[in-house]
Design a protein around this ligand. Structure first.
Ligand code: MLT
Ligand code: ZN
Length: 460
């Protein structure tokens, strides 16, 4: 790549912001994985749809690889540009384009943060219900590219359920307006859904029409301390049978220690192996129901202790114990696994994998947490001080191979909500059959014939 080509792009799109400063290359060339050294060619920050299309066409003419980029909060290396790609950041395209009260849809540009989407929905007394801790930094386009899940999936489902329409620039530069906000559309392949979760390998999401819904009723937040992993599933079944859950999240004592060291406040005395943060609809009936569920859990030996938030501030403090985990682990550069199983398959899988890790990798500090009510666990492995970074990654890859094999036997997936990116591409075959992967490659070829969109991500 010569500067002449970049100069050609600048001449063709005179208002396009292009950055080549080393600090910008470093900033925009990485995501939260922090494992690759950023080395993009340049950063393009389009301000309008026509510029996105112009960049993709230019890339096709010159054979330049592109990395579509949102808030770069991803944990699988999906937004990493480490081999001379042009980063196509949507961050300047962050406006609301329209609200339709009859359709209850909000149309936004892809670079809006999830938090800004929440705020925009609130202005119309509605909510966009997908939510997770990175809300302030992640972008809606990135959420769509990974079919992001988070802490409310148990109630509202993944991002996929809330996308009524997408405007996308495909890898060949074609502009596609997919589904256009329709509720029903039985007219062949749903290319919108194909785009969701495709990790920027098929097209660049430029605009999205989001479904909104009524806010949930007032809720209560409760923290529970549990004696063991088996109790977790029992308590989940118990609470789900008696309450209308909005969230049901778990973490281990090891996770709690990291969050406390990071400034959070302990909410339950003593040490307990497992904790649950749950949020549920609060009404008169739920007061008796939660007490009854709690007492039953204690009687059966599934619950050690519990606390219900008495104010919004207390509720936020309880949530911080769960939502602060990722940030508190970040300085340790954990090796992340994000696995998915049918809920019914969890207990056996957990027994097996915990025994396996304890036997084969007793020197690893393994931090478990996640969305247990969705069958989604985050298994973070921290590097022991006496192990070099290189050896650590090698051993973590062996751990992931063990996980992938075990997941395959239990019918699970190596990625629940973080995506495959660079981190998990070697394990795609544990989750998808050869026939499926061949079809996926065919789809990629159809949308992006020159293979310029996020090359190296998703597939080896
Ligand atoms: C979470 O649930 O907190 C996120 O998926 C982030 C993580 O796994 O670290
Ligand atoms: Zn998560």
């Amino acid at each position: 790549m010569t500067d002449a080509r970049l100069a050609g792009l600048a001449a063709r799109l005179p208002n396009l912001r292009l950055l080549t400063d080393p600090a910008d290359l470093e900033h925009y060339g990485r995501d939260w994985t922090r494992r690759w050294t950023p080395a993009p060619l340049a950063i393009a920050l389009p301000g309008e749809l026509a510029e996105v299309q112009g960049i993709v066409r230019w890339a096709n003419e010159h054979g330049v690889a592109l990395v579509p980029s949102g808030g770069r909060t991803g944990l699988s290396g999906g937004a990493v540009a480490a081999t001379g790609e042009l980063v196509l950041s949507l961050e300047r395209m962050n406006r609301v384009l329209g609200f339709d009260a009859v359709d209850r849809t909000l149309t936004v540009q892809a670079g809006m943060t999830l938090h800004a989407v929440h705020e925009a929905a609130k202005e119309h007394a509605l909510i966009y219900p997908v939510d997770f801790a990175a809300r302030g930094s992640c972008s809606i386009g990135g959420n769509i590219a990974t079919n992001a899940g988070g802490i409310r999936v148990i109630r509202y489902g993944n991002t996929r359920e809330w996308i009524a329409g997408l405007t996308v620039v495909a890898g060949n530069g074609e502009l596609l307006r997919l589904n256009r906000g329709l509720i029903k559309n039985s007219s062949g392949y749903d290319l919108r859904q194909l785009m969701i979760g495709s990790e920027g390998t098929l097209g660049v999401v430029v605009e999205a029409t989001l479904r909104l819904t009524d806010p949930p009723p007032p809720s209560q937040v409760m923290l529970l301390a549990l004696p063991g992993m088996d109790a977790l599933m029992e308590v989940f079944a118990l609470f789900r049978s008696r309450l209308t859950l909005q969230a049901f999240e778990f973490f281990t004592d090891a996770a709690l220690r990291h969050v406390l060291a990071h400034g959070a406040q302990r909410a339950i005395d003593g040490e307990h192996p497992y904790y649950v943060v749950t949020e549920f609809d609060a009404d008169e009936a739920s007061q008796d129901a939660v007490l009854a569920a709690f007492e039953q859990g204690v009687e059966r030996g599934w619950i050690n202790d519990g606390v219900i938030a008495q104010s919004e501030a207390q509720a936020a403090a309880l949530w911080r114990l769960r939502e602060g985990i990722t940030e508190s682990l970040a300085p340790h550069k954990p090796y992340k696994n994000d696995i998915s199983l049918r809920i019914s398959a969890l207990p056996l899988f957990l027994q097996e994998i915990q025994a396996l890790l304890g036997r084969e990798y007793p020197h690893f500090d393994v931090v478990w947490f996640g969305h247990i009510g969705d069958g989604n666990l985050h298994i973070n492995v921290l590097r022991p001080e006496n192990l070099s970074e290189g050896d650590f990654i090698k051993q973590c890859e062996q751990v992931t191979k063990l996980l992938a094999d075990t997941l395959q036997r239990h019918g699970g997936s190596i990625s629940a909500e973080h995506g495959i990116g660079l981190v998990k591409r070697a394990y795609l075959g544990s989750t998808r059959s050869e026939a499926e992967i061949a079809l996926m490659r065919g789809v990629k070829q159809a949308f992006d014939p020159k293979g310029l969109l996020n090359p190296g991500k998703l597939f080896v």
